[in-house]
Design a protein around this ligand. Structure first.
Ligand SMILES: Nc1nc2c(c(=O)[nH]1)N[C@H]1C(S)=C(S)[C@@H](COP(=O)(O)O)O[C@H]1N2
Ligand SMILES: [Mo]
Length: 437
């Protein structure tokens, strides 16, 4: 599992370019402020990240990595997040180890973070506005209070997975964040249906695609460029589970997850779910914003061999994510006492816009499969709980593999379906179990 040279851990980034590290993590304002001493928005941003006021901030040298973020070379804690593994060639990208994803509803502290640019540092939810324009009859500018008052407020459990989740297993490696399995979350999102808001604005017949704007900045700091601006076809925008969300698990959204307002287009590559949402435009063509192409969040429309060169023209936009599952208990490496040869394994399964109909597990490297119990989702587009009681014949090393099947009969594969940009790896999750010697 090769790390690409582009990818740098937070400590390395601080060693090689402390000023840039400051700017990337705490925002450009903090970077500028820290040339002298830290104050204003920069100080506020850093305090938010470490989770407390910094009384002696005036004494902090520029480019000093806050120890709170540097517990170990490749790991840091961010206020309001717990146990996430940071892999960044970008500001903050952090995934959740599988065993911390055991809850039915992913706690805010454990929801992964994927940032393409520099998050906004001074946010006032009271003053936040969302613009709806483009091919609509009545362009609108709405506050969060307007959204709450004018539309039905709904709460749904929704799976959100990065299109590049699983990329670390690609060989030859694909550049980008080397996600293993944890760029997935299933929080409860409260907000209004995008459909209701678009209907109120009056969708013109020419509208075929949405275009999303967010308040974060491109890494270059160039205000002309967006960090990311993706969109979706109208049919997905009109899906009743596609939300404009202002709460995550009944509280305000975590800053790094897009507070105070974001889209949640569940089941599609996470990039469709614009964070720090400021605008939605309806377009009469497929949106061509930042990271819509030619290869971003796209895969070849035909199977390719690992390492094969593929022309841009062969790439198509990823829509629904494929069927997938995780083993969230026990943690890989679990040791079972020899007199207890059974253990309950459990996890979640999901299938993009579809749902999971069967779940199987094996302890003998796929020779025999045992059917697991599988729950229905609480609502469409939520992940589903599965569990199975496993028995081990004797002491020794075992692997548990889990395999979900969706309602169209598609199963998780054993191997990675290679593609140049490293998307959509839905190969089976495997954990190691030792029955004590
Ligand atoms: N404005 C904005 N929205 C964004 C992003 C971003 O960088 N900026 N990243 C996208 C990507 S690639 C993913 S996978 C999801 C991740 O959401 P999360 O950070 O809340 O887990 O947000 C998406 N929305
Ligand atoms: Mo993503």
């Amino acid at each position: 599992m090769g790390r690409t040279p582009k990818e740098r851990g937070i400590c390395e980034l601080y060693q090689t370019d402390p000023e840039r590290a400051d700017a990337l993590i705490f925002g450009r304002k903090a970077h500028a402020d820290r040339r002298g001493f830290l104050r204003g928005a920069g100080l506020a941003a850093m305090s938010a990240v470490v989770g407390a006021a910094i009384p002696f901030h005036r004494n902090m040298p520029a480019g000093l990595i806050p120890a709170a973020l540097a517990e170990e070379t490749s790991e840091f804690t961010i206020a309001g997040k717990e146990g996430l593994r940071v892999l960044n060639d970008r500001p903050v990208n952090a995934e959740t180890p599988a065993h911390l994803l055991d809850d039915d509803i992913t706690p805010v502290t454990r929801h992964f973070i994927r940032n393409n640019g520099i998050p906004p540092s001074d946010i006032d939810p009271e003053k936040w506005t969302l613009t709806i324009d483009g091919f609509v009859d009545n362009p609108m500018e709405l506050s969060i209070a307007d959204l709450r008052e004018r539309f039905d407020v709904v709460t749904l459990a929704l799976q959100l997975e990065c299109g590049g989740n699983g990329r670390a297993a690609f060989n030859p490696p694909a550049s980008g964040n080397q996600w293993t399995v944890g760029a997935i979350g299933n929080s409860e999102w409260t907000g209004v249906r995008l459909r209701d808001v678009l209907k109120a604005a009056g969708v013109k017949p020419e509208a075929v695609f949405t275009a999303h704007d967010g308040a974060d900045q491109h890494l270059s700091g160039n205000p002309e460029k967006d960090a990311v601006s993706r969109g979706m076809p109208m049919w997905k925008a009109m899906n009743p589970e596609t939300l404009i969300a202002f709460e995550q698990n009944g509280r305000s959204i975590h800053h790094m997850n897009g507070a105070p307002l974001r889209l949640v287009a569940p089941g599609w590559p996470g990039s469709t779910s614009q964070k720090w949402l400021t605008g939605i435009r309806l377009r009469d063509q497929v949106h061509d914003g930042q990271k819509m192409g030619p290869r971003s969040y796209r895969t070849p429309r035909y199977p390719v061999a690992p390492g094969e060169k593929v022309p841009d023209s062969a790439f198509q936009i990823i829509e629904s994510m494929p069927v997938k599952s995780l083993i969230t208990y026990p943690k890989s490496g679990y040791t079972l006492p020899v007199d207890h040869r059974t253990v309950e394994v459990r996890g979640h399964a999901w299938a993009g816009d579809e749902h999971v109909t069967e779940m199987h597990v094996t302890t003998d490297f796929g020779r025999t499969w045992q059917k697991a119990e599988l729950e229905d989702p609480p609502n469409p587009h939520a992940w589903q709980r599965w569990r199975a009681r496993l028995q081990f014949p004797t002491k020794g090393y075992y692997e548990v593999w889990a395999r979900a099947t969706d309602n169209k009969g598609r199963m998780q594969p054993f191997t990675v379906n290679w593609n140049p940009k490293g998307y959509l790896n839905n190969s089976m999750h495997r954990i190691a179990i030792r029955v004590e010697v």
